[in-house]
Design a protein. Structure first.
Length: 71
């Protein structure tokens, strides 16, 4: 199966990109002058099933890749 189909469902062997956030506590901190400020309220991020952020802190994992649109 192509990568597109692996990204459309959550299952073993698929690419699980998941963000768990506390919506009432979500606060965007970035500005035009400081665009790299991480938001508050994002608790966990999983990229391709690998934990990339835990309790709001980056784990150092780099499981993702840049996706481009095919024409």
């Amino acid at each position: 199966a192509s990568d597109v189909y692996k990204r459309q469902v959550l299952k073993e062997g698929g690419y699980a990109d998941i963000v768990l956030m506390d919506l009432p506590k979500l606060k965007i901190l970035s500005t035009e002058l400081e665009p790299r400020q991480h938001p508050k309220g994002i608790e966990y991020v999983l990229v391709k099933g690998e934990l990339a952020a835990e309790k709001g802190k980056h784990t150092g994992a780099r499981a993702g890749k840049v996706l481009t649109r095919r024409k």
